[in-house]
Design a protein around this ligand. Structure first.
Ligand code: SF4
Length: 583
């Protein structure tokens, strides 16, 4: 793997290459190396919009070399939660970083005027982006792709939409064809630095040691990806196949998490999207699965005018956030809301959950038409949601400006905390499966369904009993193991392929030999460092807040007991070795 970092200072418009042999020898790459760099570059007490907030992008020793090791990790201080910001994205970015010859890029400082970066190997151009400022994320990509810069078709283009420019705290950063650093507001951090986009590429390669052994190892992994069936469900229906599956077990958030089944689920299932709307499937660079499903959205340009056609990416989380949770049962309406979300550059889960909170706040009389600029919010009304998004994008009233800060921030201003489905300030994912999912989101480092797969543990309980203690230990053990997967940085859809013994063999070939004890310590240390950073930012692990609505709804595994959540959190902290009591 590469042992260099590219450090780019937007304030001075200078860059330099840092040799980091020791860092990558110790931390492998991805999330572990990124966490060390965050400790080095980020003062936890700074405002997330301070120029001192770094953006760290990192890849691992398997990136661009092994199948489905496709993700790039971004680390920063989150403007959405005020603590650890971490997000992962696919597309071509990991390949482009590798081709540029770096295992990490660190961006510091802030530009005075809008810029975009053209990075080719270690050459960095700071180019004026005034004419791109205000462009949607898709238009920005189109313009940059048309320009004769970078590494041709092997470039990766990372950019923000207008939401990032407006500093919406849940603005995402978009990579290539509708891949995202979705959660926790990387787009807003880029916006605060006046960094509209980055074009990354290069022509560098490393040779693989022991080619014969490597080929055998690679072929076996490749065969497992394409022929074992492990990834078939992601390729076929994609995660959208979960709509009916979760609906059946009462785990599908509906109308702002007020119930776990949606009466319109048959109309917006993965099967319906696949049969009637799917236009093509694509893959991240060096993935043989190709789970990215793109639907066609055809809209009349204007009355008496012709049609325009868009490709809109869909998956389970997107259909939940802008479909079931808003009670919308028409795939075309969901695609329209997703298209608007994509253009603005919002995180779909955050914007969906925030609109669901706003609907409840309107229905409960906490806000009225003064706040909504005359709109009557009600579940199922897609056209009004689309109008609300339009008003959000031009801050039509102070309320619409507030909606760009998320459900937790809005509930602090207008009330309705019980119905603000947030965990540590981050809007919830699409599972009402029970106590493991909710505990995971409360205690997880990213407050996300990607931390420990609590929703899987809940679903497993339908088949076999397990004690509360064992469930929580499983959650903690998964959270630790993911430190390894995320340091490599493997797409989590391939987590059942990259088993520990297979990872060790790959490390032997591409990093360095590593005993199981050392790997266990590596995982624990990486996770602990993240919690330490969060605590230094002011996050308090003793605050176990579950929105009241989630104690009332019937989940897949029954009603949730808040006392159990506290018990689970205690066991979790013990398992990962975090001391939570303060004197
Ligand atoms: S499975 Fe999907 S998200 Fe994962 S690497 Fe492949 S295309 Fe990308």
């Amino acid at each position: 793997m590469w042992k260099q970092i590219l450090e780019i200072d937007l304030s001075s418009q200078k860059s330099r290459v840092l040799e980091e042999e020791e860092l990558f020898h110790r931390t492998m790459g991805g999330t572990a190396a990124g966490t060390h760099l965050l400790e080095r570059y980020c003062d936890p007490s700074i405002d997330p919009f301070d120029a001192g907030n770094p953006i760290i992008l990192s890849i691992g020793p398997f990136s661009n070399i092994l199948p489905v090791a496709t993700k790039t990790v971004a680390l920063f201080k989150s403007p959405h939660t005020g603590e650890l910001g971490e997000s992962h994205a696919g597309g071509r970015l990991a390949m482009a970083l590798y081709n540029a010859g770096f295992s990490a890029i660190v961006i510091i400082g802030a530009a005075r005027e809008p810029v975009f970066l053209n990075i080719y190997n270690d050459q960095v151009e700071f180019l004026h982006a005034g004419s791109l400022w205000g462009y949607s994320s898709s238009a920005t990509e189109r313009v940059l792709r048309g320009r004769d810069i970078g590494a041709g078709g092997k470039r990766s283009i990372l950019r923000i939409g207008p939401a990032g420019e407006r500093l919406s705290t849940y603005a995402c950063a978009t990579v290539d064809t509708q891949r995202h650093f979705g959660r926790l507001g990387l787009g807003a951090v880029m916006g605060s630095k006046k960094l509209k986009a980055m074009v990354i590429g290069g022509n560098r390669y490393l040779t693989v040691p022991d080619k014969k052994k490597f080929k055998k190892y690679y072929d076996s992994l490749y065969d497992t990806v394409v022929a074992s069936g492990e990834m078939k469900k992601y390729h076929d229906l994609g995660t959208a196949g979960n709509i009916l599956a979760l609906n059946k077990i009462q785990g599908l958030p509906t109308r702002n998490f007020s119930q776990g089944w949606f009466e319109g689920s048959e109309q917006i299932s993965g099967e319906v999207f696949g049969n009637d709307h799917l236009s093509r499937q694509i893959a991240c660079a060096h993935c043989q699965c190709g789970c990215i499903h793109l639907a066609t959205l055809r809209e009349q340009f204007h009355k008496e005018h012709g049609f325009k056609t868009f490709q809109v990416s869909y998956d389970f989380e997107l259909i939940y956030a802008l479909g079931t949770n808003l009670s919308i049962n028409d795939p075309k309406c969901i695609l329209k809301l997703l298209h608007k979300t994509e253009k603005e550059g919002w995180d779909a889960m955050s914007v969906g959950v925030t609109l669901a909170w706003a609907t409840d706040a309107f229905l409960g009389g906490l806000i009225g038409t003064d706040e909504t600029d005359g709109l009557v919010l009600r579940f199922g009304d897609a056209e009004t949601y689309l109008e609300s998004m339009e008003k959000m994008s031009r801050h039509a009233t102070p309320f619409y400006k507030d909606l760009e800060k998320g459900a937790a921030a809005c509930s602090r201003i207008y009330g309705g905390e019980d119905a603000a489905i947030c965990f540590g300030g981050n809007e919830g994912a699409g599972y009402i499966t029970g106590e493991n999912a909710f505990t995971d989101w409360i205690v997880g480092v990213r407050h996300s369904h990607l931390d420990g797969a609590g929703y899987s543990i809940d679903q497993a309980l339908l088949k076999a009993d397990m004690s509360l203690e064992d469930q929580t230990k499983k959650l903690a053990s998964e959270a630790k193991f993911r430190m390894l997967l995320n340091s490599l940085v493997i797409c989590l859809f391939a987590r059942n392929i990259y088993k520990p013994e297979i990872i060790k063999e790959g490390l032997d070939l591409l990093w360095r030999p590593c005993a199981q004890d050392e790997l266990d310590a590596f995982c624990s240390d990486t996770l602990r460092r993240k919690y330490e950073f969060k605590i230094k930012c002011g996050w308090n692990p003793n605050e176990i807040n579950l929105p009241k609505r989630l104690t009332e709804v019937i989940t897949t595994t029954g009603k949730v007991n808040p006392e159990n959540i506290r018990r689970r959190a205690g066991i979790y902290w013990k398992e990962i070795g975090l001391t939570t009591r303060r004197s």
